[in-house]
Design a protein around this ligand. Sequence first.
Ligand code: DNO
Length: 355
Amino acid sequence: MQMTLRWYGSKYDTVTLKQIRQIPGVTGVISTLYGTTPGEVWEMEDILALKKEIEDAGLTLAGIESVNIHDAIKIGSPDRDKYIDNYITTLERLGQAGIHMVCYNFMPVFDWTRTELARMRPDGSTVLAYTQEAVDALDPEKMFESISGDMNGTVMPGWEPERMARVKELFEMYKDVTDEKLFDNLKYFLERIMPTCDKYDINMAIHPDDPAWSVFGLPRIIINKTNILRMMKMVDNPHNGVTFCSGSYGTNLENDLPDMIRSLKGRIHFAHVRNLKFNTPTDFEEAAHLSSDGTFDMYEIMRALYDIGFTGPIRPDHGRMIWDEVAMPGYGLYDRALGACYLTGLWEAIVKQHN
Ligand code: DNO
């Protein structure tokens, strides 16, 4: 595995590449061209400039999170081919630039969903949290309003104000999209891009839906072992793979995370590893990465990744806000650095145990 950190670019991130370079064990970053919109073709010079900036800081660009999917592709509207062609051009350019892992998601309307961005934990840290009761009581159009005050002045990916201004319209556009239709549209998209992925050796890594169930009645399909294995089979190409995100699949306590990892041998191209603490099965908050701070056995998760021979980039995921840091919720430096060191430590122990 390669330990990495997500980095939002010098224009948007409060964390610098220099700081990331000083976290022991972290050798790369995961980034994207922030400021581009889904459906747009990425310019080669922008891709190369991003890569150069990262390499000049002594790190590698270990993959892209995300090249986002235009709604026409998810909905399956008549103009989808145009956007798929654009996606393919972007993939070709990434391949030519030597980038081989692309994370994306297939969630309608909302990317990941939380009801609180700064819930206080007993130690005084603040974390992202989710309560189903709060979602049930909320008008989806008010979702953005209700959390935007806690974004610390940052623009959180998936929650861009321009996108949120169109929530009503987006709900209307998705009204005939069922789970089955979403599966079909995903299959169509993947079949069209796989030749390019084969040519440039690009590993596509779908991010799970977070939380792993339907919110506001919208279809959500990347949620459990059955569905993800169906997806792997429906386009049976090793480049059609997944981002294994423990915090997203883990929202559903019925998902057995180490078992899911083992069943995806050869198809996990990227891993997000973080812990959650459950108060009830539908109320959870994001804990420190340490096993004992939350619900998951992080050792077992790392061991399962080791057992399947995982070699891709991995990153600690959302961190708590600690030590008075002011940053994008979930994406400060301090707690993610602690997370990276902890996961690297687990990995070292597992490797030594096996040798
Ligand atoms: C949240 C992230 C997601 C993820 C996208 C991938 O912090 O895990 O926004 O990057 O869903 O496309």
